[in-house]
Write a protein that binds this ligand. Structure first.
Ligand SMILES: *Cc1c(COP(=O)(O)O)cnc(C)c1O
Length: 399
């Protein structure tokens, strides 16, 4: 539902006296809160309802539980306020990031259309490619770095961008690519999972869809699966909302509520995790057994120049390679403060040998490291201790 449908939005205040936009921390803690109502909770609890009282014609915001839910409405408004402060955008929440991604692709693409996807993006994208091809859609792929997408844009209906890409952390220029895609009549979707809206605002950079897995840094506690799409254009928003109704990929009210609750600490978590990620990257670059270190916040990272033009924080993920699978596995075993687990963006650090899944084009010793909210000194000490324990005696590897 749009802000116009429901004038009750009490979140994201503007500092009226100063006429200025409030800061990100303020916006995060207040995002999506309803107007204060005496004796009502400041943040309403989850509404568990399959249906609503509905005498007479079936109109109005809440009719049936697959279509709308007040807990989603608060969360959707909250996410919208973070995705595009000061603008009216619509947000549609989904049961997972893949549900959100599929909703955009499958609601927009028809048989005969052309879509451009990254070839180094999230590992489940190839499943979607396969499905789209089966429906008669032409799927083209292109690497994320170097704006290589422009070479395959001709005739495309949709350009799909993932920046920074997971797990390689390459970055492309969203503004430039969105402009080119629009000139050629293509829509643009950005998977913003790694950055979160506090790191990057795709709609402000010209994208039509800002899509994310909120399972990751957005909710940040490793206990919720969720996704969302934020959209400025009302017609496109209606088509994505319609798709959710058709496939029913809806979040549970409890998940939606937990997600909204987590947004209040988004800025705190982001600030801590991104700062520690940079500290860890600096520590790793001194290590002889580490090669291929990537973090967009490192001034000499290949992604840094473009990232610094469009990102306000560089994310909580650092990636690097150890000499081989054995070194990587022993490193992960040796960590005490870091769980060997997939996913990223949570308050507890996780790391994994990405090659174990078989879906990404990465070396056997490739580690995707998600920096949590631990004390930076503790985390760096744990990592350095686990590296020391490898007893690496080889020469420093290039890269
Ligand atoms: C995890 C992830 C997804 C999928 O999200 P789910 O919530 O697991 O469905 C999509 N894109 C990126 C970049 C991801 O990291």
């Amino acid at each position: 539902m749009t802000d116009q449908d429901d004038p009750g939005a009490g979140g994201a205040p503007r500092d009226a006296a100063a006429g200025r936009e409030t800061g990100e921390g303020t916006r995060a803690v207040r995002a999506g809160l309803p107007e204060p109502l005496k004796y009502e909770p400041t943040m309403p609890g989850p509404v568990f309802a399959a249906h609503y009282h509905l005498p007479g014609p079936p109109t109005g915001p809440y009719t049936y539980g697959r279509d709308e839910n007040p807990t989603w409405t608060h969360l959707e408004r909250a996410i919208g306020e973070l995705e595009a402060p000061g603008r009216s955008v619509e947000t549609v929440v989904f049961a997972s990031g893949m549900a959100a991604i599929s909703a955009v692709a499958l609601s927009q693409l028809r048989s005969g259309d052309v879509v451009v996807f990254p070839d180094d993006g999230y590992q489940a994208l190839p499943l979607l490619h396969e499905q789209l091809r089966a429906y008669g859609v032409e799927v083209r792929t292109s690497p994320t770095g170097g704006n290589a997408q422009r070479k395959v844009l001709d005739g495309a209906k949709l350009l799909w961008i993932e920046t920074p890409s997971n797990p390689g952390l390459d970055v492309c220029d969203v503004r430039a690519l969105a402009r080119e895609a629009h000139e050629r009549g293509a829509l643009v979707a950005v998977d913003n999972t790694l950055a979160t809206p506090l790191g990057q605002r795709p709609l402000d950079l010209g994208a039509d869809f800002s899509v994310a897995s909120d399972t990751k840094g957005m909710t940040g506690h490793g206990d919720v699966l969720l996704g969302h799409v934020s959209i400025a254009d009302a017609e496109l928003a209606a088509s994505v909302r319609r798709w959710r109704k058709i496939v029913g990929a809806i979040p549970g009210p409890m998940e939606a509520w937990l997600a909204h609750r987590s947004l209040a600490t988004l800025q705190l978590r982001n600030d801590r995790q991104c700062a520690t990620a940079l500290t860890l990257a600096h520590a790793l670059r001194e290590r002889p057994e580490v090669s291929g270190l990537r973090y967009p916040g490192l001034p000499d990272d290949p992604s840094h120049r473009i990232a610094s033009l469009q990102m306000r924080r560089y994310g909580s993920v650092v990636s690097f390679s150890l000499p081989d699978r054995d070194h990587a596995e022993r490193f992960l075993d040796g960590l005490r403060l870091v769980d060997d687990a997939t996913s990223f963006g949570g308050v507890r650090s996780t790391a994994e040998r990405r090659g174990r899944w078989g879906g990404d084009a990465v070396p056997e010793g490739f580690i995707r490291f998600s920096v949590g909210a631990e004390d930076p000194e503790d985390l760096v000490a744990d990592v350095l201790r686990a590296l020391d324990a490898l007893g690496f005696t080889g020469n420093r590897t290039a890269g």
